[in-house]
Design a protein around this ligand. Structure first.
Ligand code: BG6
Length: 285
């Protein structure tokens, strides 16, 4: 890659992020949560949706971009007082390496277990997150078990895709797949492409091919690895109105398609081993 500029920046209250600008794309990643909240290929519109009401504030997850849900997805199984989607998205990561190759730049982030994390998740771990900013966006979340007991994780790369309008889109790649409807707790099967005209909150299983969001002027293709589940979520009108950091009309221009290890797709990691959840996203016109 010819040109690469990496700048550490911060908002007025000290919320820090890294801006990456190379020949292929521009991106912004907050140190809190290693949270990618902007990715824009040079010849394309921004890929990721971010709420205009999102606070860039310590302790609050950014509403948009790609929050990391880890080490559990959704509500904690046994303790409802613990944060939804785990603690990684509001934890401070360290950026410990930046690599360049012919296709772009890869930033490597790390989060390690501490006495505080052990109170919520009683296992020793190292979580490594590699974000590749190029013509494609690649994310790899690798969980190492550095302790002496096996542990289980559920997780997601909770990608908020920016849309022209929710009424314009459909989603391919999940036809015929079983899904848990999180609104009714029913197990159903996907009939044809997904179109959204109401609240949708689903965990798809047996996901084994790329998922494609077809918008009016572009197609967004999400290929996952180390994952057999995917979450498709849009809060629609009523939930949007009650959610934090959401504008009333926010639901119209976003759809979450999340590469996941959710529910039955939980992964057990043995001591000394690791598991990597991946997502590769590309857009075509
Ligand atoms: C999705 C869940 O992954 O995340 C939804 O399936 C949830 O049920 C959504 O509402 C947003 O969660 P949060 O914690 O960021 O408001």
């Amino acid at each position: 890659m010819g040109h690469l500029v990496i700048t550490r920046k911060q908002y007025a209250d000290g919320f820090e992020y890294i801006e990456v600008c190379n020949d292929a794309a521009r991106a912004k990643i907050a140190l809190q949560g290693a949270h990618l909240f902007h990715y824009e290929r040079r010849d394309a519109l921004p890929l990721l949706w971010v709420s205009g009401a999102s606070a860039f504030k310590e302790g609050e997850a950014i509403r948009g971009g790609v929050p990391l849900c880890w080490p559990w997805f959704g509500r904690h199984m046994s303790d409802p007082s613990l944060p939804q989607h785990g603690f990684a998205r509001t934890a401070m990561f360290e950026c410990f390496d930046v690599r360049e190759d012919a296709n772009g730049s890869t930033l490597c982030f790390r989060l390690c277990s501490t006495p505080q994390t052990l109170q919520q998740f009683p296992y020793a771990f190292e979580l490594h997150y590699r974000v590749h900013i190029g013509v494609t966006l690649r994310m790899e979340l690798q969980t190492y078990n550095t302790g002496d007991a096996p542990f289980e994780v559920t997780q997601a790369l909770h990608t908020y895709i920016a849309l022209s309008d929710i009424g314009n889109i459909h989603v391919n790649g999940l036809e015929g797949k079983p899904y848990l409807d999180a609104l009714t707790q029913e197990l159903r099967f996907q009939n044809g492409a997904i179109r959204i005209d109401q609240e949708v909150d689903r965990i798809y299983y047996e996901v084994d091919e790329a998922i494609e969001v077809v918008d009016a002027a572009r197609r967004i293709c999400i290929e996952s690895g180390g994952s057999a589940s995917a979450v498709v979520w849009n809060p629609w009108i009523a939930k949007c109105a009650r959610m934090s950091a959401m504008e009333p009309e926010g639901y119209k221009t976003m759809l979450c398609v999340e590469s996941a290890n959710a529910c039955d797709d939980a992964r057990v990691i043995a001591p000394g081993h690791s598991h990597t959840l991946r997502a590769l996203i590309c857009t075509t016109h």
